[in-house]
Design a protein around this ligand. Sequence first.
Ligand code: UT7
Length: 340
Amino acid sequence: MVAAARAAVVCGLGTHLPPRVVTNAELAREVDTSDEWIRSRTGIGRRHIAENGTATSDLAVEAGQRALKSASASGSAVAVDAVIVATTTPDHPCPATAPAVAARLGLGTVPAFDVGAVCTGFLYGLAAGGGLIAAGTAHGVLVIGAETYSSILDPADRSTRAIFGDGAGAVVLRAGEPDEPGALGPLVLGSDGTGSDLIRVPSGGSRDPVRPGHADRADPYFRMAGSKVFRNAVERMAEASQEAATRAGWTLQDIDVFVVHQANLRIMNAVADQMRLPRSRFPVHLDRVGNTAAASIPLALADAVTTGALRPGQRTALAAFGGGLTWGAATLTWPDITPV
Ligand code: UT7
């Protein structure tokens, strides 16, 4: 007899933001921009920026610890036996960041690996974690989205500096039943590599290694063709959300709350408008943290729970879009957990 696939159930949520806050006005003293431009074009008012010397793993460990605390506080005695870190900004090109995070969290010799799907990384991480649980490889998985984008931004690039911020968020997944609150519904994921040049760090990989003596020709910074990405992001997040809803047996109208990647308030509003849904169903966090890429969805989830915008029992959709190009969406009924 074949055992029924086990569902992955969200049972803990933790976040961490580096303490230093940079307002739009402070940014405007360094690059040619203004609070008015940034607010009206993106909805962002400030962001958190890690101090020099703080790496992605430092933020990931804090968020991971808090997610584990949140899981114990919600009554889930989960033995975490796998760690996934979704990040665009690993501590080093090699090795992955996740094994160091697992070790620092005292989780021993568990499987640990990174997922690179840029701003969609957290959803790809949830899919990978859910897969480990369904296969019986793991019983409890810590999925962390963590970024120090400030380490790859060009100090002179006003468009990326206005948007991105640093931070980390994590969930604990445990094996459970598909009809429990917190159980992830079927995830929808996609990619279109023909758009891989729209978001990239040109140098520092095998295509253009940075070597001593060639450093002056290298471009180690994050580059984004903002307006092309904007149009793609709206289409893909709307389509993926619709498909995830259909696979869950829900209509879009049935969904109470859409926690979507906090890229730009105009993108979020356009997604709501395209799906003919009230914008009020899309909680906003980016006004205080900017676009935190792979950390954005867990940070936005925790904020929405804290503000009361997301409550236990509500039908919830997650959606993201990012470099690759990549996108994804997921559904779940929000569980009764307290973010730490
Ligand atoms: O996280 C996942 C992937 N990323 C995204 O989803 C981000 C998607 N893109 C965006 O959010 C927007 O495209 C941006 C916020 C990056 C830019 O906004 P936009 O309305 O698309 O502006 P644009 O790139 O078309 O640029 C319009 C103008 C340009 O000036 P010119 O060439 O018309 O004179 C830019 O140089 O706005 C200028 N600009 C700025 N001006 C003041 C760009 N950034 C700034 C800035 N302050 N910070």
